[in-house]
Design a protein. Structure first.
Length: 95
């Protein structure tokens, strides 16, 4: 992982919340100004949302800074649901 990877920062698990037919797990990360070259303090929030009745899963990223700070978020999460072999999996991305 590089110096700018969020995994280098302390992550706080905010909890799991239920809203209607969805479950949401929220993680928060605080990156301090000047650490690894950041021009401002940045508060990140990552929400993993499972929509139980719709068979959907989404990830929501939120970032707030007290100064102009370039932010580029990527995701390296990988997992397999319900199959023991990747050959049987299909991924559909509506874009």
């Amino acid at each position: 992982m590089g110096d700018y990877c969020l995994s280098n920062y302390i992550t706080r698990f905010a909890g799991v919340f239920k809203a209607g037919d969805s479950l949401c797990a929220i993680f928060q990360i605080q990156a301090k100004k000047k650490k690894n070259g950041l021009p401002g303090n940045v508060n990140y929030q990552v929400s993993f949302i499972l929509y139980e009745n719709e068979n959907k899963f989404s990830i929501k990223y939120t970032a707030r800074s007290d100064d102009e700070t370039p932010i580029s978020v990527t995701n390296g999460l990988s997992f397999v649901l319900g199959e023991s072999n990747l050959d049987k999996l299909r991924l559909k991305v509506d874009s």
